[in-house]
Design a protein around this ligand. Structure first.
Ligand SMILES: [Zn+2]
Length: 511
């Protein structure tokens, strides 16, 4: 009989703190809701004390998520732990996750504490956290490089205080699979009260071994693994959730462990994270890369046509890659549209549905078949909408291969019309320049790209723009069947993001 391994997702904490992966409040909530659809057991929503903005987002996730445990990270101080609890206390199932480093290297140089003092601190904080919250997880930072006897002693002591999950990270991504297997086994054999707690693995991918190490931990008896969507995270990233889950599913004969994950939501979760952060997945990435299920060579294609199993160890359907073939079109009614929304896991108030249905009709006039991806793009755009200080009213761009490009762009700023003209090397650069001059800030374009949401010549284009004001990078998105329209909208969205983020940070400081 297979046992269940719990999936602890730290996309919103360890993942979000990696370069280029920051998300605003609405984006974090949207990601959390998708993690809930994916049926994650524990969502680590953030590090509540890190900033007022972090506190607010952890609190929002705790309020909204009903079917998963919501955790916040805390260092080993009363202030950190009580702030974490303050942020998560309204969750259906809150969990405080506190940590202290236990390796000689970290204790001596980072904490400047003697082992006895670290042990004492861990005990005191476990007691403090347990008084606040029924569910407490303890992490021994740099556990894989900790002297085993000391680690056993610390784990036994915190379990005695009522900690129910002990996490033993390979913080620096240094362990190898057989070593990490023996390490977990050592904990099982040498911590006398280990049956009162779940052992958790949290590994980083510095040597490309994160998933292998997580699977080794599971084989050695770990009951929880900590991971992120697309493997995002500090440095080389965390263990990739989708790879661990699909390895357990595909090789159940070896691991004899299941998860509660709805694997058909994997592709959608990966795609949403890419959209929110603008950080792309490499094409050959296992499970969710663009080529992961593509058979290029003739011999392989021939084999797959004859019998899929010749070259396919799992199906694209199992991760939700192949979408429902039921397409909507111009003549689809509101009823069919609402059905489609609920089959995608969304429920909206009546007035929101009316608004979305109107947008759907506009799109259906331009595009014959409306697929799930088109509808998801519309819905996500609505969910992620932030106050529009600037919006695109109209633009005219004249371009050609023998003339210089001129863009006239008219924007609405808080209701008032403003217009600017600019020259550029091409339509996008001229358009961006015109907007930047109208906004009047000194903005640098960091990254720009446009992709088709679906196949076909009438496909919607989704543009991504990253700009910097010298302090921070802001990420904007735009959607349209016209790529120049989508691109200008994305640039304006990035400007609105800049205003929104700066305003919510000021507002958050009042918390
Ligand atoms: Zn980590």
């Amino acid at each position: 009989m297979s046992r269940i391994v719990k999936i602890f997702d730290t996309t919103l904490r360890d993942g979000e703190q990696s370069p280029g992966c920051s998300m605003n409040l609405k984006e974090k909530l949207e990601m959390a809701k998708q993690l809930e659809r994916l049926k994650i057991d524990v969502i680590e929503a953030g590090f509540a004390i890190a900033s007022p903005g972090d506190f607010e987002s952890v609190q929002l996730v705790a309020n909204e998520i009903k079917n998963a445990t919501v955790a916040s990270l805390a260092r080993s101080t009363e202030k950190d732990i009580s702030t974490a609890y303050e942020a998560i206390k309204t969750a259906v199932n809150p969990r405080i996750h506190f940590f202290i480093a236990t390796s000689d290297l970290h204790m001596e140089y980072k904490l400047k504490m003697k082992p006895d003092a670290v042990l004492e601190k861990a005990i005191a904080m476990a007691k403090y956290a347990r008084n606040l919250c029924g569910e407490v997880e303890f992490s021994a930072e740099d556990a894989s490089r900790t002297r085993p006897e000391f680690l056993y002693q610390v784990l036994e002591a915190v379990i005695d205080q009522g900690v129910c999950v002990v996490n033993v990270p390979d913080t620096v991504g240094y362990a190898t699979p057989d070593e990490y297997f023996r390490f977990i086994q050592g904990i099982r054999n040498n911590v006398p009260n280990i049956d009162k707690a779940v052992i958790s693995a949290h590994v980083h991918d510095d040597l490309g071994l994160a998933v292998a190490n997580s699977l080794a931990a599971i084989q050695a008896g770990a009951g929880q693994v900590e991971c992120t969507i697309n493997g995002i995270g500090e440095r080389a990233g965390n263990a990739a959730l989708e790879e661990i889950v699909m390895a357990l599913k595909t090789r159940n004969d070896i691991y004899q462990a299941d998860t509660n994950i709805d694997t058909t939501q994997i592709y959608r979760s990966s795609r949403l994270l890419t959209k929110l952060t603008g950080v792309k997945v490499q094409p050959n990435k296992a499970i969710v890369g663009e080529n992961a299920f593509a058979h290029e060579s003739g011999i392989h294609q021939h084999g797959v046509l004859a019998n899929k199993q010749t070259y396919e160890i799992m199906t694209p359907e199992s991760i939700g890659l192949k979408e429902n073939k039921m397409v909507l079109g111009k003549h689809s009614g509101k009823h069919a549209f609402v059905d489609k929304l609920s089959s995608l896991g969304y429920s909206f108030k009546d007035e929101e549905i009316l608004d979305l249905f109107e947008q759907f009709k506009v799109l259906a006039d331009k595009k014959k078949d409306i697929t799930d991806k088109d509808i998801l793009a519309l819905v996500e755009q609505k969910q992620l909408a932030i106050p529009e200080v600037y919006s695109l009213e109209r633009f005219v761009i004249s371009t050609g291969n023998t003339i210089s490009t001129a863009a006239t762009v008219q924007l609405r700023k808080n209701g008032d019309l403003i217009e600017g003209v600019s020259l550029g090397d091409g339509p996008i650069s001229a358009g961006f320049k015109a907007i930047s001059e109208l906004v009047g800030s000194n903005l640098t374009l960091i990254d720009y790209g446009v992709e088709a949401v679906t196949d076909g010549t009438d496909a919607q284009g989704e543009a991504q723009v990253k700009i910097s004001d010298g302090n921070q990078v802001y990420h904007g998105r735009g959607l349209s069947t016209d790529i120049i329209d989508a691109s200008l909208k994305a640039y304006i969205d990035a400007v609105n993001q800049m205003i929104y983020i700066n305003e919510t940070q000021v507002h958050a400081e009042k918390v």
